[in-house]
Design a protein around this ligand. Structure first.
Ligand code: LFR
Length: 471
């Protein structure tokens, strides 16, 4: 018991943030300290992230966090998965590639030529996503010369503290971790000629990493301690899903909609592989049995195209309000179609899919937005159905957390199409999960608090909003 304040660094595909988390005596509260945009940057050799810019924002954000709360106990870092930076001589070499870069196509071919997908699935339990780190590594020219390859949150932690570590939940998304042992699959790495020397020691959420040093320590003004959290954003989000029943499913909905359930052991059956369900590593050794559905990416890319056309910002809540009153029938497209994964003129690509299936292309923007939201909801409903079937679970309620929980149209459409109630919120699940794992490491929930205890705290502090299925 007790309590205190920690900082959470949470990097998403469209924005990053530094938050303060206040924990103690039945209290759980977040305060935003810094927010900054993120997105793909087109370079000479493909799509990258502006990691250097993100890192600068993180350090400035931590400086501000410490200024506001000199009693700050620690900081935890999470981000999207699979992407990495290479380190030589203690420094980042170049900017990390973006997982939507197209060089991965060759990586997939090369890996599957050596290790067929069936075998890969038996070893790592991961759904096929063409950007899984293992596919990126085999086409990475700099890998042989690198001292280290670090996933984004591990890279931030390394630059802040000098500590080399790979946090396990995120490492599980590389495709190089053995799904049964939770250790690096060095045999697989060798088959694929990925040098084992670039893979740092694995650590678990809650482990202490080290204190800020050098320039970061000077700029922030304190030797703040970095604690490993569920550094895969989805792992942190799942910690903060206020599930109270084993029959609850979740959708962590931001750029992606991660649709699934939490299990104690992986499901590696043919059915799971064929349904393309993943067994990602969760906090406390739990398994995140889920499927990646293309989420708000479809909407944000559409908005970006329309805004470029108009030369001004489009108000999303206003657009969604108008979309809600568009009369049916609503045309649907497959939200998971691979043609929608790269950045660029999204409305045209969606229109193309609709035309190809013989559906009419909605003419107004509200009607177009409605088609997008309903198509995402339909894909969510399908994935929930599959999770229940393949995971052998009855699912009677689904929690939607993350940015998508604010989208009322999406929440209601998901309830309607899945035929089960939706419990929406919290919107900042990822940052909350990050904060809670640090808080537990400090003993503020009692040393052995279970995830269930942490989730009770979430439910009490952020009561979810309920959407019942209609008709
Ligand atoms: C969500 C997420 C997903 C992962 C995708 C790419 O932010 O982390 O879990 O599959 O981004 O890294």
């Amino acid at each position: 018991s007790g309590g205190g304040v920690v900082a959470a660094v949470d990097l998403g595909a469209t924005s990053g943030r530094v938050m303060l988390g206040y924990v103690g005596d039945g209290m759980l509260r977040l305060e935003s300290v810094a927010r900054f945009p993120n997105g793909p940057v087109v370079g000479d050799d493909g799509l990258h992230w502006d990691f250097t810019g993100l890192y600068r924002h993180i350090v400035e954000g931590l400086r501000e966090a410490y200024r506001r709360e000199p009693g700050l106990s620690s900081v935890g870092i999470d981000s999207w998965a699979v992407d990495y930076g290479l380190v030589e001589g203690g420094e980042l070499v170049g900017e990390p590639f973006h997982y939507r870069d197209e060089r991965i196509v060759q990586g997939v071919e090369r890996v599957h030529a050596t290790v067929p997908f069936d075998e890969l699935y038996r070893r790592n339990g991961l759904q096929f996503l063409p950007f899984n780190t293992v596919y990126q590594y085999v086409v990475e020219r700099g890998l042989d010369d690198a001292e280290l390859a670090l996933l984004v949150p591990d890279l931030v932690a390394y630059l802040l503290t000098g500590v080399r570590a790979a946090e396990r939940t995120n490492a599980s998304t590389t495709g190089l971790v053995d799904v049964r042992t939770g250790e690096w699959d060095l045999e697989l790495a060798e088959k694929l000629r990925i040098p084992a020397s670039v893979l740092p020691p694995l650590v678990d959420p809650g482990d202490e990493l080290g204190e800020l040093r050098g320039a970061a320590r000077e700029r922030v003004g304190a030797p703040l301690e970095v604690i490993a959290v569920g550094s895969h954003d989805t792992a942190s989000a799942v910690v903060a899903v206020p599930m109270t029943s084993p029959n609850a499913a979740y959708i962590s909905c931001g750029t992606w909609g991660l649709v699934g359930i939490e299990l104690d052991a992986p499901v590696l059956s043919d059915a799971a592989r064929e349904a393309n369900f993943t067994n990602e590593g969760g906090v406390d050794g739990r398994v995140r049995f889920l499927h990646n559905v293309t989420g708000l990416w479809l909407l944000s890319e559409t908005l970006r195209a329309w805004e470029a056309e108009e030369g001004e910002r489009i108000d999303l809540p206003e657009l969604l309000d108008a979309a809600a009153s568009v009369p049916g029938p609503i045309a649907l497209f497959d939200a998971n179609d691979p043609s929608l994964s790269a950045p660029g003129d999204m409305p045209a690509r969606i229109a193309e899919l609709l035309r190809a299936s013989g559906a009419a292309v909605p003419e107004s923007r509200p009607a177009f937005a409605r088609t997008i939201v309903e198509s995402i909801a339909a894909a969510f409903a399908r994935a929930l159905h599959t999770a229940a079937e393949v995971g052998e679970r009855e699912i009677d309620v689904v929690h939607i957390v993350g940015g998508g929980s604010l989208n009322r149209l999406l929440c209601q459409a998901t309830a309607d199409r899945a035929g089960i109630p939706v419990l929406a919120g919290p919107v900042e699940a990822t940052a909350i999960g990050n904060v809670l794992v640090q808080a537990r490491a400090h003993g503020w929930f009692g040393a052995d608090a279970s995830l269930e205890t942490l989730r009770e705290a979430v439910a009490a502090a952020f009561p979810p909003e309920r959407y019942d299925p209609r008709g």
